[in-house]
Write a protein that binds this ligand. Structure first.
Ligand code: ASP
Ligand code: MG
Length: 414
């Protein structure tokens, strides 16, 4: 029998009506002859509200108690989903992460799943039950409740799918799937029928918030197919799978804009060994993540080094850079928060010469200046002025002809 793991996010179970609607979908999947394990997130903004409540008690909550609190959000939604399934005439039972055998490391607030003892879930499936498991939580070998970090229910679902050797892991969310670009920027953006794990990871880390990156890494490791789709319509969604299984590897699958970067630069640093090492070691010691780096040749004896960091690390990064700059005799430090990063991602880029040239030409034709460039095997990113980012995404989208003739229309199912 086919085993399907379905995960429903917070908006998909946001209120009683949504829960009833989701139960209909689960019931249908069961009636179609599948075994079904369901993973649910907390309803709507429950987790945010619990965090706010905690903040009213103490600015520095004990992490163990924080996990005890946050794990309750999912306990509410699993019980309600199970009840809604009973109303559909479906045998269903809800389980907390601990009851479902989800074993994690001893680390509160951000635990990794180490193992899943699947006997209980398997036994229930064999008896014909739909098993509804709380996402985002587990238990340590010392019987302490842990949570997996924000957005962790995706990882619960993929890990369960791997442990149970499920045929498919469906992640239900409030968007129809993964698009060639953000449809709010490019209204003709096309829904991608499939995408590789690595492309999805690049797009996820670039800010396309459809799947939690850790869940994609997990799926890649265990070869689990993920289908991301909306619980609000009957669309087919996007399947995330191994690159070798894609029907065609396109030079550009998607375009992402990242507004969360700022640029810093050290000017006229001496051209000798050890300078970059000193700067980036100092940043690393402060726990600052550096994204793009370029070193340009200014003259015979001096270089400029520019790099980007996350927007909320700007002040700390600037302090470190100014200190190092003074020590090594740089002529100055500049910083620019008015930047954004636009990236194209495509598994087939490696076999398509000229992809970078096409992107740069699209930007040039729109008189958009490129401040920094970085590349990987499946990604090309450019730092540009923040106010031009939407136009950049539109121009590149058009140049690679990613728009569909017809915008996908989905048949609403409620
Ligand atoms: N409820 C948790 C959160 O909001 C986990 C999840 O939704 O995946 O982060
Ligand atoms: Mg959530």
């Amino acid at each position: 029998m086919t085993l399907i793991v379905q995960k429903y996010g917070g908006t998909s179970v946001g209120n009683a009506d949504r829960i009833k609607h989701v139960a209909e979908r689960i019931a249908q999947t069961k009636r179609d002859g599948n075994d079904v394990v369901v993973v649910v997130s907390a309803m709507g903004h429950t987790t945010d509200r619990l965090i706010d409540l905690m903040g009213e008690i103490t600015p520095e909550p004990d992490l163990r108690e924080a996990d005890m609190l946050l794990a309750t959000g999912e306990q509410v939604s699993i019980a309600l989903v199970a009840m809604a399934l009973h109303c559909q005439g479906i045998k269903a039972v809800s389980l907390m992460g601990a009851q479902a055998g989800i074993m994690t490391e001893k680390k509160h607030a951000k635990a990794q799943i180490l193992d899943i003892h699947t006997e209980r879930v398997r036994g229930l499936l064999d008896q014909g039950y739909v098993v509804v498991v709380a996402g985002f939580q587990g238990i340590t070998e010392d019987q302490e409740i842990t949570t997996l970090g924000r957005g962790g229910s995706d990882t619960t679902a993929v890990a369960l799918a791997a442990a149970l050797k499920a045929d498919m892991c469906e992640i239900y969310t409030d968007v129809p799937g993964v698009f060639t670009a953000d449809p709010r920027t490019v209204p003709t953006a096309k829904l991608l029928p499939e995408i590789s794990y690595d492309e999805m990871l690049e797009l996820a880390s670039l800010g396309a918030q459809v799947l939690h990156p850790r869940s994609v890494e997990y799926a890649k490791k265990y070869g689990i197919f993920i289908r991301v789709r909306s619980s609000f319509d009957a669309g087919p969604g996007t399947v995330v799978k191994g690159v070798e299984l894609l029907e065609n590897q396109k030079p550009v699958s998607g375009i992402a804009a990242d507004l969360n970067q700022v640029k810093l630069a050290l000017l006229e640093v001496p051209d000798k060994p050890g300078i970059a090492a000193k700067l980036f070691t100092a940043l690393a010691e402060e726990g600052i993540n550096v994204d793009m780096i370029i070193q340009s040749v200014r003259g015979e004896f001096a270089n400029d080094i520019a790099f980007t960091v996350g927007r909320n690390e700007m002040a700390r990064a600037l302090a470190v850079t100014e200190k190092v700059g003074a020590e090594i005799g740089a002529s100055g430090v500049i910083h620019d928060a008015d930047v954004a990063k636009v990236s194209i991602v495509g598994a087939g880029m490696i076999n398509h010469p000229g992809t970078a040239a096409t992107m740069f030409t699209a930007l040039a034709d729109a008189s958009i200046n490129i401040q920094m460039i970085s590349t990987s095997e499946i990604k090309i990113s450019c730092v540009i002025s923040r106010k031009q980012v939407q136009e950049a995404v539109r121009m590149i989208h058009e140049r690679f002809e990613l728009s569909s003739e017809e915008v996908p229309v989905f048949v609403p199912c409620d």
